[in-house]
Design a protein around this ligand. Structure first.
Ligand code: DX5
Ligand code: ZN
Length: 220
């Protein structure tokens, strides 16, 4: 079990985009700790979501941490855009280019927290030589690109391995994909402290349900 504070990070990918500001306000009122922002380019992943201007448009709604998950390649040319649009944490994929270390330095150079995401097939060992340049590790528990997919059970082993590599460092360990009240306990027991939840919070897009859904994950 992680000793770091548990954070619930609803993903706005599953929000009703026609009323995005209200959807963000509703999860904040419902107890969200981080706002998880999934940026997809139709190249690194087979889907397109939204970019920095949309994110900037909701920056005024809340001062909660904007946890930005960049599923784009290349990444470096866009880091400043997301930093200036209000990101607090910027996470890049280890698979997105040959110069992960440079990307992490660039994010910290912009005054933001730097994260690394690992696709399901990517070993935790890719973190070994960059771990002291990292503020967050994101273990993908689905193949990135879409909300509403099933949790890949092998992710539990990777969470344990990542937790061991992180050791006592001041690093968030986040899990993204297929997280729900049903598996949250196992994921936290393996060492994660940040749980991303898209469909488990926003499914049905009824703001009256969000607080209960967030609480169900937290209490699991
Ligand atoms: C997947 C995204 C996730 C997604 C999670 O590519 O990175 O953040 O929104 O959605 P659920 O929780 O529905 O799997
Ligand atoms: Zn994500």
């Amino acid at each position: 079990m992680s000793t770091r504070p548990l954070r619930i990070a609803p993903s706005i990918l599953s929000a009703d985009f026609s009323r995005l500001g209200d959807e963000v306000s509703a999860i904040v009122a419902g107890g969200a700790d981080y706002i998880h922002i999934d940026v997809m380019d139709g190249h690194f992943v087979p889907n397109i979501s939204f970019g920095a201007p949309i994110m900037k448009s909701i920056r005024g709604v809340t001062d909660k941490v904007f946890d930005v998950h960049l599923m784009i390649a290349p990444t470096d040319a866009y880091l400043a855009d997301f930093a200036h649009a209000g990101a607090d944490i910027i996470t890049v994929h280890a698979e997105a280019g040959p110069h992960l270390h440079r990307s992490l330095q660039a994010i910290r150079g912009l005054g933001k927290k730097a994260g690394v995401a690992l696709n399901p097939a990517t070993p935790v060992s890719v973190l070994q030589h960059v771990i002291d340049n990292v503020d967050l590790v994101l273990i993908m528990s689905v193949n990135p690109g879409f909300g509403g997919q099933s949790f890949i059970p092998e992710a539990i082993t990777k969470i344990r391995q990542a937790k061991a590599l992180i050791g006592g460092r001041d690093i968030d360990l986040e899990v993204d994909g297929g997280v729900s009240a049903e598996n949250a306990r196992e994921i936290v027991d393996a060492g994660a402290n940040v749980l991303v939840a898209g469909s488990a919070v926003y499914g049905g897009n009824d703001p009256k349900t969000y607080a209960g859904r967030i609480a169900a994950i937290r209490d699991a």
